[in-house]
Each structure stands twice: as structure tokens, then as C-alpha cells.
Design a protein around this ligand. Structure first.
Ligand code: ZN
Length: 489
């Protein structure tokens, strides 16, 4: 699974711009010009007083998102998903509420994040649980909402004008714009484009590693309580549509109290402890190893004279290194790539460096070659439904579980003698073993297990250090998404 782009990722790279202007060489001038642009923007947004008095904003919106490199099939057009969202911020009380309901990639979500000063909670309406947030971070959590709300960016400019520089003039959408920088509390600097006639914000952009160029467009302005808000918003990543937002309602300067209340019907639970970040080797059964740390794991299986690696998430070279502490000499002859998503093909160069044959489906060939160090010399073995390794002692089957709601083709590794199944992105397995109601992907995985008559005893996955039992899967399947009384917005 990929984190949504709207989740803020802190990074310190400044936007490299190509705006050059002769008078721009003096930093003082750049600061003065920025101040002029900010003052004009403040006027356009209802006046400096209205912006400094703008303490709370609550907006209900409809999101359309595109699953770039995370769709069911490789390559565009990307799968389009919908979600309803409610976001509210109160600066004085350092309160933020972000609520999202929707689905994507075979996962349903319905939850909210509430930050109230020093306290914070993660609410899952789907699981019926509330989890306290250990270290609530108002600035970090509210950043994505501020970045898509023009008057809040102007409010940031007002209080952080000393960080702002004028970068130059540029034609955008057939109109002349002044471009100035904004450095927020968290994240890379933004370049803000103000229309020279209306003094309204049309665009902002920043460079966000590892995604690239993120481009925000503010359109369709409407005045709410004397302040212009853009009613539609578009976000592009590397010029491809990523999120379009359609605002349904905007409220300003109202108390957020009713939105921060936690329904009494929800169960308060402890957060699952984070997985150890150091790479660890767990021997599940003799010669079968789950190796990983943090959010990424691979399985290595010892055959008579070689090793089969399964999974291609981040950090495969470190995982191979850790494996070498226990299995010293056998070569890794095969690397099984579960699917084509960009966070699951990072291991291709590592397997190529081991001179291993990479197993995938024919439909994912282009993605695998593109991920390789040398596309042409990558050794590929295509799996059609099933590919069986059998050395007389041990059997390993690579099975295409697709189509599932996550991917049209998804390879899983099955050890029939041991009853071990390795999966990716189909079975959330929290470190504390607290199962949530089965997601659509999990239900499909369970159906395939049944259809193929696999006597599964143990399930391990690409994103968890925990060795799950078949009972964990049964538990998840038995839980149904909770429908609880929610605050209606
Ligand atoms: Zn995936």
C-alpha cells in the first residue's frame, strides 16, 4: 500500500526554480517585492484584519483520486476512486479534525483523526475503535488542509512573511502572476502564484521527494463571510492528475467542539506498537525465513541447492545481507515479485545483482524491466496461474491469486507441506494481532484459498513482522464493519 499523497511528508528540499530577473539578484528587493504581493493578497482576501481574525475553517468536500502506479493494472489510465472528506481547523485551540470515508485498492476506510492541543485520537468507524495518538502534531497533521485552502495559505504568509521571497513574474493560464515563496512550519517550501490583477492565488507548487513535482491549482472562487475561497481544487503530481477536490460547504469562525467529540459507542484501544526498525531474521519453519524491519518484509526459502526469495519491497539488499548471517552459501536463484505496484518492484535491481531469475506475470514485464538496473538483461520467468518448484524435499508454489480488488494479477507463495502462505497487500496484520473487520481484499484472498483448497496454517506478509495463524484470518472475516452513530456534518 502506498501512503496517499495528501499525507504530508517532511523533507527539506527547496524548490529549484528557473525564474530569473535582473532586479531579483538583491535579496532585499526580493523580500520587498514579496511584501508588496502579500499586502495586495491580504486586501483581496478580505483585508489583513479579516485574515488575522480567521481562526477556524471547516469544509466538507468530495475527493476524486487517481491511483498512480497503484492501480489494478500497470500503466495509465489509473484507477479512479472517490472519497468524502471533512476537515476543520482551529488555530487558537490548536485543534484539527480530518475525516475520510471511501475506498481504493480493495480497502474501505471510514475514520477520522482528531488533534486537540496536546491530545489526539485516531478513530476507526469501520472497526468501531478509538486509538490515542502518542504524540499529536497539530502543524504536521493540519498541513495538507492548509495547503489546499487558499485563505489559510494567505494567513500563513501574513504570519510568516519574513520567510517569503519574490521569485519573479510568470505567465500562467494566460495571465501574469507574481511568484513568491512560503516556508511553512513543516515540509518543503511552496511557490505561490498570485494573479497580478485579482491578487488571488491561482497555483502553488513544491518538490516533494520521492514523488516529484506537486502542483496545486485553485479555481472557482466564492466569497464566504467576506473571504474568497476556491470551490474547486486540483492537484497534479509530475503533471498527472492526482487529486481533484470539490468543496461542498465552507464554514468560518465557528466552534469545532461538536466535531471533536468521540462517540461513546466506540471502544478505546491501545495503538499497535511499531514494528522494530532494525532488520530481523525470523525462522518460521526450518529453512523458511521472514526477513525485514519497519514496514517491509520478504520471505526466503531454502531449497536443496539454492534460495527462492519472495517479495520486492524496499530494502531487499539489507534483507539479503541479514539472511547471509544464517544461510551463508546457497545462491538466490529466484526472486518472486508479488505485483507491479511501485513499492513492490524496488527489489528487482537487488535480485538482478544476485543474477537471479525474476518471477512475474507477462502483463507486468514492462514494469519489471523498467525497475531493473539493466532492462534488457533482466532474466524473467512468467507465471501463468501457477509455477511449481519441487526439489524432492520441499515444494514451493507461486500462485496467481488474481484478479482481486487490489490487482488483476497478484502472486503469492505457497508452501503446501508447511502450510505457509506469503501475501502482499491482502491481509492487514497489526503487530499486536488485533484484527480489524476483513477488507474486500482479504475476503477475496480467503475465497481463493478456499477455491484452490489450500490448507493454510500460517500467513506472513510483505508489510508485517507478525506470523499470523489461520485463526487470525478467520477472526478478521468474522468481524463486520461497525456502523456507529457519527457526528453528522
Ligand atoms: Zn499493492
Amino acid at each position: 500500500m502506498k501512503k496517499r499523497i495528501v499525507v504530508s511528508i517532511s523533507a527539506g528540499l527547496l524548490l529549484a526554480t528557473s525564474f530569473v530577473s535582473a532586479e531579483d539578484t538583491l535579496p532585499l528587493n526580493a523580500v520587498n517585492r514579496a511584501n508588496e504581493v502579500i499586502d495586495a493578497a491580504l486586501e483581496a482576501y478580505g483585508g489583513a484584519e479579516a485574515i488575522s481574525n480567521l481562526n477556524s475553517v471547516a469544509r466538507k468536500s468530495h475527493f476524486t483520486t487517481w491511483a498512480t502506479n497503484q492501480s489494478r493494472s500497470p500503466g495509465p489510465p489509473w484507477d479512479e476512486n472517490e472519497q468524502m472528506s471533512f476537515s476543520a481547523i482551529d488555530f487558537e485551540n490548536e485543534t484539527f479534525v480530518g475525516k475520510n470515508k471511501g475506498s481504493g485498492g480493495g480497502f474501505d476506510f471510514n475514520g477520522s483523526q482528531i488533534i486537540k492541543g496536546e491530545e489526539g485520537w485516531q478513530v476507526s468507524y469501520r472497526a468501531g475503535t478509538v486509538t490515542p495518538i502518542a504524540e499529536p502534531d497539530f502543524n504536521n497533521t493540519s498541513g495538507p488542509f492548509i495547503r489546499v485552502t487558499a485563505p489559510l495559505l494567505v494567513k500563513q504568509l501574513q504570519s510568516r512573511r519574513q520567510t517569503s521571497h519574490w521569485l519573479g513574474e510568470v505567465e500562467f493560464d494566460g495571465r501574469t502572476h507574481d511568484v513568491i515563496t512560503l516556508v511553512m512550519e513543516v515540509g518543503p517550501a511552496l511557490s505561490l502564484y498570485f494573479d497580478q490583477e485579482t491578487h488571488l492565488l491561482s497555483r502553488s507548487e513544491r518538490v516533494l521527494p520521492p514523488f516529484g513535482q506537486v502542483d496545486y491549482r485553485f479555481t472557482n472562487y466564492e466569497t464566504v463571510d467576506g473571504i474568497p475561497f476556491s470551490k474547486t481544487f486540483k492537484l497534479y503530481v509530475n503533471d498527472q492528475p492526482n487529486v481533484f477536490i470539490d468543496i461542498k460547504s465552507t464554514m468560518v469562525n465557528q466552534s469545532l467542539e461538536k466535531y471533536t467529540a468521540i462517540p461513546k459507542t466506540l471502544e478505546m484501544v491501545e495503538a499497535a506498537p511499531p514494528a522494530p526498525t532494525d532488520v530481523e531474521v525470523q525462522e518460521i519453519k526450518e529453512g523458511v525465513f521472514l526477513v525485514g524491519g519497519g514496514n517491509t518484509y520478504a520471505m526466503f526459502v531454502e531449497m536443496d541447492n539454492h534460495i527462492i526469495a519472495v517479495g520486492g519491497t524496499a530494502g531487499i539488499p539489507e534483507r539479503i545481507k541479514a539472511l547471509r548471517e544464517v544461510v551463508k552459501d546457497k545462491p538466490i536463484k529466484y526472486g518472486v515479485m508479488t505485483h507491479h505496484h511501485n513499492d513492490h518492484v524496488l527489489g528487482v535491481p537487488a535480485y538482478q545483482a544476485e543474477d537471479a531469475m525474476v518471477l512475474t506475470v507477462k502483463e507486468h514485464e514492462a514494469v519489471m524491466r523498467a525497475a531493473a538496473t539493466d532492462a534488457d538483461s533482466l532474466k524473467l520467468q512468467f507465471v501463468e496461474d501457477k509455477y511449481v518448484f519441487d526439489d524432492g524435499d520441499r515444494k514451493l508454489e507461486v500462485i496467481d491469486f488474481g484478479p482481486t480488488p487490489h490487482a488483476k494479477h497478484i502472486l503469492m507463495a505457497w508452501l503446501p507441506e508447511e502450510g505457509i502462505l506469503f501475501e502482499a497487500d491482502h491481509f492487514p496484520n497489526p503487530t499486536n494481532g488485533q484484527m480489524a473487520p476483513a477488507q474486500p481484499v482479504t475476503k477475496r484472498m480467503a475465497e481463493v484459498i478456499k477455491e484452490k483448497g489450500l490448507d493454510v496454517k500460517i500467513i506472513v506478509g510483505a508489510h508485517s513482522p507478525r506470523i499470523a495463524s489461520i485463526d487470525d484470518l478467520r477472526k478478521a472475516l468474522a468481524l463486520s464493519p461497525v456502523q456507529v452513530a457519527q457526528n453528522k456534518h
